[in-house]
Design a protein. Sequence first.
Length: 55
Amino acid sequence: MKAVCPVCKLEVALPDDVVEGEVIEHDCGVVLEVKVSNGKVELKALEGILEDWGE
């Protein structure tokens, strides 16, 4: 399954078992959330997600 990154416009290969709401990190460094609408898979860039490294 494939979709297009909304940031860099490059193709993103998705696993066959991808589910809505799954978070994927793309090669361009953006974190993407999988959205399914009318059977079509789309990717949405997530903003404001930072790791706290256990702090």
